[in-house]
Design a protein around this ligand. Structure first.
Ligand code: SF4
Length: 166
C-alpha cells in the first residue's frame, strides 16, 4: 500500500537547519511511527528560500497581531534581530513548500511550533521579547490557505488519530 505523503519540518527530523545551526528532533519512537504511516517529505522553508545556517533569529513584525498571512499580503514583514528584512526569502521558501505539497498530493503537514515560517498556532511577538501571540508562520499560513491541515509537534496525538489522507 502506498503511504500518504506528509510534509515535515526538517528540524523535527533532526536536521541541523535551525537559525542556531541545530535541529530539534522529535523522540525516536514518534519518528518511527510517522515513518511507518507516512511518506515523509522533509522541508525547511527558510533554507529553501536561500537563507544560510546559522542565521540571525527573525520574527514577524506587523504591529498588533501581524502573522504569516499578513506577510504574504504585504501587510507585515519578517525582520531579523539585526534589522534585516528577510520577507522575500520567507515567502520564496513558503511557495516552494506549497509546490512540493501540490506535486506530491500532500494534504497534511507536521511543522515546528512557534516558528515564523512553520508555526501553526502561535508565533513570537515581533519584539524579540520571548512572548508568543496567536498566529501562523509564513509557510503554515500559505499551506493552510490552500487547504492543507497543519499540525505541530505538540499535536502528534491529533495527527496520529487523523485518518491519513491519500
Ligand atoms: S522551523 Fe521550519 S524554517 Fe525553521 S528550521 Fe525548522 S523547518 Fe526550517
Amino acid at each position: 500500500m502506498n503511504k500518504p505523503p506528509l510534509l515535515v519540518s526538517a528540524c523535527l527530523l533532526g536536521q541541523p537547519v535551525r537559525y542556531d545551526g541545530h535541529g530539534k528532533a522529535m523522540p525516536s519512537p514518534l519518528l518511527f511511527e510517522l515513518a511507518r504511516r507516512y511518506q515523509l517529505l522533509s522541508i525547511c522553508p527558510e533554507c529553501q528560500g536561500g537563507l544560510p545556517t546559522p542565521r540571525p533569529a527573525a520574527e514577524i513584525s506587523g504591529g498588533d497581531g501581524g502573522d504569516g498571512g499578513d506577510v504574504l499580503d504585504g501587510r507585515a514583514r519578517v525582520i531579523t534581530q539585526t534589522g534585516q528584512d528577510v520577507s522575500r526569502a520567507f515567502i520564496d521558501g513558503a511557495r516552494q513548500a506549497l509546490d512540493s505539497a501540490i506535486r506530491h498530493g500532500c494534504r497534511q503537514a507536521l511543522l515546528k511550533a512557534n516558528s515564523p515560517s512553520c508555526g501553526n498556532r502561535q508565533i513570537h511577538s515581533g519584539r524579540f521579547d520571548q512572548q508568543l501571540q496567536p498566529g501562523s508562520g509564513v509557510t503554515a499560513a500559505l499551506l493552510q490557505g490552500h487547504g492543507i491541515s497543519v499540525f505541530n509537534e505538540n499535536e502528534m496525538d491529533r495527527l496520529l488519530l487523523t485518518k491519513p489522507q491519500p
